[in-house]
Design a protein around this ligand. Structure first.
Ligand code: FES
Length: 105
């Protein structure tokens, strides 16, 4: 069963923006892109910088430390120096609430 937890409200994150959230001790980056919300692990798989503080270009976020790029929707690595993807989490919007699943996809 999916366990969704409210982490933000609609309007908290501008289109093209991100927010770092803490989901029971796990840091997650929540993005608002393409008129939707997407959640991936906030910790870069290279040397642990926070992806929610990275530069966003369309569906891609660049790590603020060394510039590795990740697909915001899939967590896939798109450029070095990171070599491994980050996990994704399901997101749903209920009324004004944005909820993220505890389970990795
Ligand atoms: S810490 Fe993210 S690219 Fe190095």
């Amino acid at each position: 069963m999916e366990d969704f937890i409210k982490v933000a409200e609609v309007g908290d994150i501008n289109e093209g923006g991100a927010k770092q959230i803490d989901l029971n001790g796990t840091k997650i980056a929540l993005f608002n892109v393409d008129n939707g919300y997407y959640a991936i692990g906030d910790t870069c798989s290279h040397e642990k910088a926070s992806l929610s503080h990275g530069e966003i270009d369309g569906n891609v976020v660049s790590c603020p430390r060394h510039g590795a790029r990740f697909n915001i929707k899939t967590g896939a690595v798109m450029s070095l120096p990171a070599m491994f993807p980050v996990k994704t989490h399901k997101v749903k919007v209920e009324g004004n609430d944005i909820k993220v699943s505890l389970n990795n996809e």
